[in-house]
Design a protein around this ligand. Structure first.
Ligand code: ACO
Length: 322
């Protein structure tokens, strides 16, 4: 039996920091409101494209795995903010890394994108067609934000995280996963006037309108992640008490705390870093994974539970043996 082991990991966080007080200097908001409602203190702002962030994270992941870029068979780049519509941002990463031949593609499942990528990448390796893959979550969402809208401008940040997957005989890596999409509610988190729907070319300021129903998303996020988590724990034949660390998507600290409470997980078993980076969409989970490793919170053999939720409304969860 083949498994897909995570043998390398890396992240890229742009150095420019935007604090809540900075936002309060041009928006009708406050550090107190943002922290108490979301848990966010600061976020990073990138001045380079998504593929550049992804490339840096990928280089770190390759170094951690002790691999040369030329040994990689494929790249899956989860992003909702690619550099351009065509070609893919994954192809830019491939070129930047100098990989002559690899199967590369972008994957858009919004904030659940990294989990979708991990699932697809692990399946490709388990099926035997590939031996080494990069799975990356990278976003430059602040590029799209309307900085006059306090309801959304305070929530997001830029960044990237990457892992290397390698074929393994040992039962490690993503052992169980459950993915889905609640498409009937797709309009409550949407950028409708974009892509081929974009009709208003008179928009010289380039701003995108965002449909955003925060409270409804909040409720569905808690429910979707909780239900998916229950399914994967069952698939893996374990209970919440066997989980060493929950690695959730970082959209709101209150969503994470509600999920952890439902599963009776104590704070030391929950990875939270939203205070520093805000919601980096597809990048939150791999960035949180890297930081958990850097802080010594993941030991060999540890059992991890990850769960995410995002536009679509996509949802998913996975159990990972480290
Ligand atoms: N600063 C100050 N006041 C604000 C701000 C702000 N930045 N934003 C909204 N408000 C005001 C509103 O106008 C409203 O005022 P009113 O009562 O006078 O009308 C009041 O604060 C309460 O607004 P709510 O939207 O009810 O606030 P809520 O407690 O629901 O928090 C939030 C909003 C943080 C967006 C929350 O709903 C949330 O986290 N939702 C889920 C996460 C999410 O949507 N993330 C986006 C990506 S999707 C994903 O990653 C899963």
């Amino acid at each position: 039996m083949r498994y897909a082991n995570i043998t390398g990991w890396g992240k890229c966080l742009p150095p420019a920091v935007l604090s809540n007080d900075d936002l309060g200097s041009f928006l009708d908001t406050s550090d107190d409101w943002i922290q108490s409602r979301t848990g966010i203190r600061t976020r990073r702002i990138s001045h380079v494209n998504t593929s550049e962030l992804a490339t840096v994270a990928a280089r770190h992941a390759l170094a951690a795995a002790g691999l040369e870029p030329t040994q990689i068979d494929g790249i899956i780049l989860a992003t909702a903010s690619p550099d351009s519509l065509v070609p893919s941002a994954a192809s830019a990463v491939q070129r930047n890394l100098g990989i002559p031949a690899a199967a590369v593609f972008d994957l858009n499942a919004a904030c659940t994108g990294f989990l979708y990528g991990l699932s697809v990448g692990s399946a490709l390796i388990k099926a035997g067609g590939m031996n080494r893959l990069l799975v990356i979550g990278a976003e430059r969402l602040t590029h799209y934000l309307d900085w006059t809208r306090r309801d959304t401008a305070v929530l997001f940040g830029d960044g990237a995280g990457a892992v290397v997957l390698e074929a393994s005989e040992a039962p490690v890596g993503l052992l169980a996963d459950k993915l889905g999409c609640d498409a009937e509610a797709r309009d409550i988190l949407a950028v409708p006037d974009s892509g081929t729907c974009r009709t208003r070319f008179a928009h010289v300021d380039g701003l995108f309108e965002v449909n955003f129903e925060g409270q409804e998303i909040f409720k569905r996020a808690v429910r979707g992640m909780g239900e998916a988590a229950a399914v994967v724990l069952d698939q893996a034949g374990v209970g919440p008490e066997h989980i060493d660390l929950l690695l959730p998507h970082q959209a709101n600290v209150r969503i994470i705390e509600t999920l952890a409470k439902k599963m009776a997980l104590p704070p030391e078993k929950v990875m939270i870093n939203i205070a520093d980076y805000g919601n980096t969409s597809a990048a939150t989970v791999p960035i949180a994974l890297c930081e958990a490793l850097e802080r010594g919170r993941i030991r060999p053999g540890a059992l991890l539970l990850t769960a995410a939720f995002g536009a679509g409304l996509t949802w998913g969860a996975g159990v990972i043996r480290w």
